[in-house]
Design a protein around this ligand. Structure first.
Ligand code: ISL
Length: 565
C-alpha cells in the first residue's frame, strides 16, 4: 500500500485513511474454517491473499469480541476477549500479522454506547454493587409505566424493567444492549482503558458504533410515558457529546490519535454537526458514516417508499458540499446493516453492469470508499418465504409489531425483502460447492439462491467480472490525487437517469468526468458547456468499447465511464 500519493500537490491535508480503500468483513458470514457453520478468524486468515489481490488497503472488522450474539456481536460481554465461536486471541494476533505483512491495515469496531446484559458491569450494576451502581441508565417507572416515551431504534420501547433491581434500564437498541451511563466518569475511564488496550496491540483505528448517541438529553427521564413513542432521532448529538469526544480522543486514543483512523458511525447526523465532530468543535473523528442516501427508501422506518435519482443526488451532494468545507466522509452503498446495493440502486438482471456502475459512482465521489464483503462479486438481496426465515432482531421486532396489528407475513414480505439487514448477512459466496464454499456444514444463515452462478470462483472465470473491475477501480485510486482530493461538482442535477459529475484538482491540473447511467435504458448524455471535453480520454469503463468522445453519448444500460479531461 502506498503511504502518500504521488503527485504531492493537494490542498487537503494528506492522510493514509483518505487515500485508502477499506474492505468490511462481517466475520460471522465471511469464511468458516472449522465447519461449524459460523465464520471465524482463521477463516479470514485463509483469505488474506484474496484481499491483497483485490488491492484493498485496510480492513474494517465487525465485532469479534465475546458476546452472546443477541445483535450478532454489537452486544459485547467482554471487550478484551474474542468470541470463542470466532477463535482465540492468538488467531486474532495472527490475522493482524498476516494483514500487516501484506501492507493491509486493520480497523476494529468500538461499541461503547452500550454493552451486553451479560457484561460483568451490567451484572454488578443490576446488583447495585459499589461503583457499578450507576454504570447504566436506571430509572423507576412512572406509575407503573415506562420512565419516558423514548422508542429504541429497533421498534421496541427503549426501556426494560429489570426484576432484580426493580427499575427500568435504557437501551437504544435491543433489550440485551443496555446503554452505558457516560455521565459517570468511572464508565468513561473504563472505556478509555479498552481503547488504549486495543491500540497497544497495534491496530490501525476504530470504527465507532453509533458514537453520537453516547450523551443523552438533559433531565432524562422526560416525556409523557403515555404519549406516542418517539424515535432514535431524539437521542443523538446530546449536550455533552463534544466534551466526551474530546476526552475519549485525549485519554483513550492519546498518543496514537494521529496515526490511526477514527471512523464515526453517526446516526441522524447533518453536515453541520459532522463538521463539528471532525474538528470544528471536537477532534475525535477523522470521518463520518452518514445515512441520508440509505434512508431514501424508508429503511429507517422499515416502510418502503419510492425514490428518484434526483433524491440520491441531493443526499450525496449535501455531503460532498460538507467534504468541500473540510469534513471527511465514508463512502458506502452497502454494509452489514443495509440491503444489497445491486438490488437497491441497480438491477440484479443487469448484475455485472449495475454492480460495476455503482462501484464507479461511489468511488468517484470525494471521501474514503468502503467495499462490503460480497459487493465485489455483485451479491444481491435474498428472498424470505416465511417469517421463520427472519434472523435479525430488528426485522423480527418489526414483524411482531405488524402481526399484532393484524397483518399477515405476505403483506409485509415486500418491505422485509427490500429493507432487511438479513440481506447483507447471508454467507459470502466463494464457489458453487455446497454451502457456497463458505462452510463444510449448514451455515448459520441460508446461502443466497443464486450462489451457483454468483460466486467468487465463477466471477473470476468470466471475461468481464465484477471482481476484476473492482480490482481496476481500486488500483486506479493509487496515485490519482484528483480521485482522492479533487473538488466535486455535480452535473445535470435534474436528470433522472444519468448521474454525472466532475472532479478537479486545479493545483495538479487534473480533471475527471464521471458519467453513470442508473437505468436499463439508453439515455443521451450531453456534456454541459462548462465542461471542456476536447482532450477527453477514457480512464476506466465498465463496458467494452466505450465512446471515446463524451461530448454527446448514447449510454448503454448501467454504463459507467470515467474520462480524464
Ligand atoms: O438508522 C437506524 C435506525 O433508525 C439504524 O440504522 C441504526 O442507527 C444503525 O443500525 C446503528 O448501527 C450500528 O449499531 C447497532 C448495530 O445493530 C448495527 O449493526 C451497527 O452497525 C447497535 O450496536
Amino acid at each position: 500500500m502506498q503511504e502518500s500519493s504521488t503527485t504531492g500537490i493537494v490542498s487537503d491535508e494528506q492522510s493514509w485513511w483518505k487515500e485508502a480503500v477499506f474492505y468490511q468483513i462481517y466475520p460471522r458470514s465471511f469464511n468458516d474454517s472449522d465447519g461449524d457453520g459460523i465464520g471465524d478468524i482463521p477463516g479470514i486468515v485463509e483469505k488474506v491473499d484474496y484481499l491483497e489481490e483485490l488491492g484493498v488497503d485496510a480492513v474494517w472488522l465487525n465485532p469479534v469480541y465475546e458476546s452472546p450474539q443477541a445483535d450478532f456481536g454489537y452486544d459485547i460481554a467482554d471487550y478484551r476477549a474474542i468470541n470463542p465461536e470466532y477463535g482465540s486471541m492468538d488467531d486474532w494476533d495472527r490475522l493482524l500479522e498476516e494483514l500487516h505483512a501484506r501492507g493491509i491495515k486493520l480497523v476494529m469496531d468500538l461499541v461503547v454506547n452500550h454493552t451486553s446484559i451479560d457484561h460483568e458491569w451490567f451484572q454488578r450494576s443490576r446488583a447495585r454493587e459499589g461503583k457499578y451502581e450507576d454504570y447504566y441508565i436506571w430509572r423507576p417507572g412512572q406509575d407503573g409505566e415506562y420512565p419516558n416515551n423514548w422508542d429504541s431504534h429497533f421498534d421496541i420501547p427503549a426501556w426494560t424493567y429489570d426484576d432484580e433491581r426493580a427499575e427500568y434500564y435504557l437501551h437504544l437498541f435491543t433489550r440485551d444492549q443496555p446503554d452505558l451511563n457516560w455521565e459517570n466518569s468511572d464508565v468513561r475511564e473504563d472505556v478509555y482503558d479498552v481503547v488504549s488496550w486495543w491500540l497497544e496491540r497495534g491496530i490501525d483505528g476504530f470504527r465507532l458504533d453509533v458514537i453520537n448517541e453516547i450523551s443523552k438529553a438533559p433531565g432524562l427521564p422526560d416525556g409523557d410515558p403515555e404519549a406516542e413513542f418517539v424515535g432514535g432521532e431524539h437521542h443523538v448529538n446530546g449536550p455533552r457529546m463534544h466534551e466526551f469526544f474530546d476526552e475519549l480522543a485525549e485519554r483513550g486514543f492519546g498518543e496514537h490519535r494521529d496515526q490511526v483512523a477514527t471512523i464515526g458511525e453517526c446516526t441522524f447526523i447533518d453536515p453541520g454537526t459532522a463538521l463539528d465532530v471532525t474538528g470544528r468543535e471536537s477532534n475525535l473523528l477523522d470521518m463520518v458514516i452518514y445515512f441520508d442516501h440509505v434512508q431514501l427508501d424508508g429503511r429507517d422506518r422499515f416502510d418502503y417508499r419510492e425514490w428518484e435519482l434526483t433524491d440520491l443526488k441531493e443526499a450525496m451532494t449535501r455531503w460532498q458540499d460538507a467534504a468541500a468545507e473540510g469534513t471527511w466522509v465514508a463512502l458506502y452503498h452497502s454494509n452489514h446493516d443495509q440491503p444489497r446495493a445491486v438490488s437497491r440502486f441497480g438491477d440484479p438482471e443487469y448484475r455485472y453492469e449495475s454492480a460495476t456502475m455503482l462501484a464507479t459512482w461511489l468511488h468517484g465521489h470525494k471521501g474514503t470508499p468502503f467495499v462490503y464483503q460480497g459487493e465485489e462479486i455483485g451479491m444481491s438481496n435474498v428472498s424470505f418465504k416465511s417469517s421463520d426465515d427472519l434472523v435479525d432482531p430488528w426485522v423480527i421486532n418489526y414483524w411482531h409489531n405488524q402481526r399484532e396489528a393484524g397483518r399477515e407475513f405476505a403483506e409485509v414480505r415486500e418491505n422485509v425483502e427490500r429493507l432487511s439487514r438479513d440481506n447483507a448477512r447471508t454467507p459470502m459466496q466463494w464457489s458453487d460447492a455446497e454451502h457456497a464454499g463458505f462452510s463444510a456444514s449448514e451455515p448459520w444463515m441460508p446461502v443466497g439462491d443464486d450462489y451457483e452462478t454468483v460466486n467468487v470462483a465463477a466471477d473470476r472465470e468470466r471475461d468481464h467480472s465484477v471482481f476484476e473491475y473492482y480490482r481496476e477501480l481500486i488500483a486506479l485510486r493509487d496515485g490519482m490525487d484528483v480521485l482522492v482530493y479533487g473538488e466535486f461538482d455535480l452535473l445535470l442535477p435534474g436528470h433522472e437517469q444519468i448521474y454525472a459529475f466532475r472532479r478537479a484538482l486545479p493545483e495538479a491540473d487534473r480533471e475527471l468526468l464521471v458519467v453513470c447511467n442508473f437505468s436499463a435504458e439508453r439515455p443521451a448524455f450531453e456534456a454541459p458547456a462548462s465542461v471542456d471535453v476536447a482532450d477527453a480520454t477514457v480512464v476506466l469503463s465498465n463496458l467494452s468499447e466505450p465512446d471515446t468522445d463524451p461530448s454527446a453519448l448514447d449510454l448503454r444500460p448501467y454504463e459507467a465511464i470515467i474520462y480524464e479531461l
